[in-house]
Design a binder for this molecule. Structure first.
Ligand SMILES: O=C(O)COP(=O)(O)O
Length: 219
């Protein structure tokens, strides 16, 4: 049997596996509102998803006194961790992950979420045991820095050239480029397809079903 092209598949979390873009946008806007700061519009708030909380707030709500940022992050966490109902996976995610795992791929997550946020989301969606390793933005350098991918490949003893990063933002694709991994885009998350195409992903999927099928064709 021909050898697979990739051994390790790293997934972004929000907007790639979990249908959470609009919840995150709402929580960023609510945090700004709580502190009487300018409220970013949907596109500005969507753009920063994945950067890690502190960097994301600085990018979404620029030109305010730096002393506000820890408070904005605190208000964001209050709103995000206070809501339970929107922890929903995109249709077909558990089936795709189970299939990939059975095919022998190592599976990992690299996310701009905090460890608390990721563990909560993995627990409530039943995906906790599905991944071989995970990295969160509060544990290392955030996207698009290559650190998360470098640490994941090292931990799992994998080769970066046989690693695939899948995400819904240019931050995910840029991290893959910076690390020397291949990048695949999904078009149903935070960044619009035209923006994703500027970084020439290997493939761009319009649904989890399309992504799953494409991954099966790489085997
Ligand atoms: O910034 C977030 O909370 C989401 O991060 P992710 O898209 O990298 O999972």
């Amino acid at each position: 049997m021909a050898r697979k092209q990739f051994d390790l598949i790293v997934f972004d979390w929000d907007g790639t596996l979990m249908d959470s873009t609009s919840t995150i946008v709402r929580c960023i806007q609510a945090a700004a509102r709580d502190l009487g700061l300018p409220i970013p519009d949907k596109s500005a708030a969507s753009y920063v998803i994945g950067l890690g909380l502190q960097d994301a707030m600085q990018a979404a709500i620029p030109d305010v006194d730096p002393k506000y940022y820890p408070r904005i992050v605190e208000r964001y966490r209050h709103h995000y961790l206070g809501q339970d109902k929107d922890l929903t996976l995109f249709e077909g995610v558990p089936e795709m992950l189970t299939d990939l795992s059975q095919q022998g791929y190592f599976l990992a997550v690299a996310t701009g979420k905090s460890r608390v946020g990721l563990n909560r989301a993995m627990n409530s969606t039943g995906l906790l045991s599905m991944f071989d390793a995970t990295r969160c933005a509060d544990e290392t350098f955030s996207k698009p820095h290559p650190a998360m991918l470098q640490e994941l490949t090292r931990e799992l003893g994998q080769d970066m050239h046989r690693t695939l990063m899948i995400g819904d933002t240019t931050h995910d694709l840029q991290m893959a480029i910076n690390a020397g991994a291949a990048g695949v885009a999904v078009e149903f998350g935070a960044h619009p397809p035209q923006q994703l195409q500027t970084l020439s992903p290997l493939y761009s999927a319009r649904s989890i079903r399309e992504l799953h099928q494409w991954l099966n064709e790489q085997a």
